[in-house]
Design a binder for this molecule. Structure first.
Ligand code: AMP
Ligand code: ZN
Length: 114
């Protein structure tokens, strides 16, 4: 999608602190970190939100979850991180390109959300 900031970051059109990437997935630092480790893992293809996942694009989502352990290893947070996805403005999704927050290193990470 031409006007999507995460498409531009994931595709390299806008330079960013790229932590990991492969053909289908990009991982870059969150611009407004909420924990000592806070990165975003995104599919390179444009999917608006978790509601937009379907049989024709789920390969990219599979690739995201295959990349997450590699990213956690690279960041030194294996077995000690939280993955968060916000689906929809009502729960705080501010960028309409599917992304997964990977957070670690904050005391609040010890708190259960539910
Ligand atoms: P969400 O609120 O779940 O949609 O998360 C969007 C996240 O994207 C927020 O944590 C923002 O800090 C982050 N963000 C927005 N713009 C950028 C950007 N240009 N580079 C990196 N992170 C960004
Ligand atoms: Zn996009």
């Amino acid at each position: 999608m031409s006007d999507c900031i995460f498409c531009k970051l994931a595709g390299g059109e806008i330079p960013t602190n790229m932590i990991y990437q492969n053909e289908l997935v990009a991982c870059f630092a969150d611009a407004n970190p909420q924990a000592p480790v806070h990165v975003l893992v995104v599919p390179k293809c444009h999917i608006e939100s978790a509601d937009g996942v379907n049989a024709s694009n789920s390969d990219a989502v599979k690739a995201v979850f295959e990349a997450i352990p590699l990213i956690a290893e690279k960041l030194g947070v294996k077995d000690n991180y939280r993955i968060i996805n916000n689906c929809g403005e009502g729960v705080g999704q501010s960028v309409r390109h599917l992304h997964f927050h990977l957070l670690s290193g904050s005391p609040v990470m010890k708190d259960r959300l539910f």
